[in-house]
Design a protein around this ligand. Structure first.
Ligand code: AMP
Ligand code: MG
Length: 489
């Protein structure tokens, strides 16, 4: 494999702080070259933010770099070790089909991981082939970029390349590699790995996480407690945003929860259509563990696993350490609820707080659930001030609720326009609807990327309320079978 001598020209500017951690946290591993890399999708605006030259990338060796065939100068590829509770069961994992090239230092002075996903086998691959198929990698690209545009913290997608190789799934599929950009790939599972298999290096890992994500915690009297508090704060913010947008992650295993507070690992995720807390899309989530309405509690469960790993650092007395951790987990639930209610007020144009607001929100959700009202479109209709022609809008219960809401808004002194602006900023006009995503992926897999390009450009401005976005607001035709998503593909 050749080292790229033109890194400065294309803009790569790597540092490799993760590779300076104790070796137990990773294995040095180059991506495995593929036959014939071709760019399927490239994120020009993200590239520019990262300090990469979009023209050079597209016309030059971008495809070779994003396929793992060419290692840019300064990169130090490695596969990360981690563990995780998968559907409640603890397992040793690690990057089974991903390689971290290094950390790009951006022109603004930021540091982000550049990771190739689908880049071949690693020592952590277990039975897997280390590869990824085009459909799921484009799906991660579309949904992660849509989540970003919804102002929800997330990893980003820089590029998808096809490899020219076929991979074996239920059928033969087109192989692909996704380039993922993340604040870091430190996971709750990374701490579980350290606590379980490398306790001597746990403190080093915690110090690394503090330095990289929560530098303020370093000055705290108990810096590891401050780390726990900071992670809890971020997750309480993140999961509230998921709930408010109707986003269902689908596999909230502890290895898929980022210490940075970004949404990570887009597998069987999807956005809810009709409001129902029991909504599950993932074909493997038969118990509904990761259903929409369970996400906040699962977040707390995962954070409790995180807190457990930190016990030896929290206090020398174990009972005292447990007490500290338990207090913080309780705080998570409070923080989550606070964020969620504040977000719901914003969705309803409520600018201050009254004690009855929560029941106003809960009553609405109950009415939506009863009538199978579409979550996004209901709030969109409120924002537009136009009732929809749906059973909910025609119902007696809703009319009564509407009066309560109107009188709540009437008690505000601020001009109505302020409420309206708040609603526009809080209620997306569109989300990546499952049927539109599927349609785009189908076309792309048969070589027509235009459907996906149009979808991506609509999804890039979900709060713009542009007339040309209207077509993406319509619901799927009622189908006999519920939508299903698949992971690990
Ligand atoms: P995920 O469900 O994507 O979070 O993956 C769980 C674990 O399985 C991670 O450690 C992945 O790296 C690994 N994995 C998923 N698919 C493959 C594959 N095709 N080959 C090897 N490892 C894989
Ligand atoms: Mg994962």
């Amino acid at each position: 494999m050749t080292q790229d001598q033109t890194a400065t020209q294309t803009g790569w500017n790597f540092d490799n702080s993760y590779a300076r951690l104790p070796e137990t946290f990773f294995t040095r591993q180059d991506p495995v070259p593929v036959s014939s890399p071709k760019l399927a999708r490239f994120n020009r605006s993200l590239a520019a933010e990262l300090g990469l030259d979009p023209e050079e990338m597209e016309s030059g060796d971008g495809a070779a770099v994003f396929a793992g065939n060419r290692i840019p100068a300064g990169a130090a590829p490695l596969a990360q070790a981690y563990a995780g509770h998968q559907f409640g069961y603890f397992t040793m994992l690690g990057d089974g089909r991903a390689v971290l090239l290094g950390e790009q230092i951006t022109p603004a002075g930021g540091r982000v991981d550049i990771q190739l996903k689908g880049s071949g086998r690693t020592p952590y691959s277990r039975q897997g082939d280390g590869r990824a198929a085009l459909g799921p990698m484009l799906r991660e690209y579309i949904i992660s970029e849509a989540v970003h545009a919804l102002h929800i913290p997330t990893t980003r997608s820089l590029a998808v390349v096809t490899t020219g190789d076929k991979i074996v799934r239920e059928s033969l599929q087109t192989g692909a590699v996704l380039t993922r950009v993340a604040a870091s790939h430190l996971r709750v599972g990374t701490f579980q790995y350290a606590a379980h298999w490398a306790p001597q290096d746990l403190q080093t890992l915690a110090d690394y996480a503090i330095e990289r994500h929560y530098p303020n915690a370093a000055a705290a009297e108990n810096r590891y407690l401050a780390l726990l508090q900071a992670v809890i704060e971020r997750q309480a913010g993140l999961i509230a945003k998921w709930q408010l947008a109707g986003f269902i992650h689908g596999v909230m295993n502890t290895d898929n929860m980022a210490i940075s507070g970004e949404t990570i690992d887009y597998g069987p995720c999807a956005f809810m259509d009709a409001y129902d807390p029991e909504t599950v899309f993932s074909s493997i989530d038969r118990q509904g563990r990761y259903a929409y309405g369970n996400q906040p509690n699962i977040g707390g469960w995962n954070l409790a696993r995180f807190a457990e790993t930190l016990l030896p650092l929290l206090h020398e007395n174990e009972d005292k350490a447990i007490e500290l951790a338990e207090d913080e987990i309780r705080n998570y639930h409070e923080r989550f609820h606070h964020n969620w209610l504040a977000g719901m007020r914003a969705k309803l144009g409520i600018l201050n707080a009254e004690p009855e607001d929560e029941s106003l929100v809960q009553d609405l959700l109950a009415i939506m659930q009863k009538h199978g009202a579409d979550y996004t479109n209901t709030f969109r209709a409120f924002t537009l001030g136009k009732p929809e022609d749906t059973p909910m809008f025609g119902s007696e219960g809703f009319s009564q609720w509407l009066e309560l809401w109107q009188s709540r808004l009437g008690r505000q002194r601020e001009p109505v326009t302020e409420s309206q602006q708040m609603m526009r900023n809080s209620n997306p006009a569109l989300i990546p609807r499952n049927h539109r995503v599927e349609e785009a992926l189908e076309a792309a897999q048969s070589g027509d990327y235009s459907v996906m390009e149009r979808l991506l450009s609509a999804l890039a401005n979900p709060y713009a309320y542009l007339p040309e976005q209207d077509e993406y607001c319509s619901l799927p035709a009622p189908s006999a079978r519920p939508y299903r998503t698949y992971c690990g593909t």
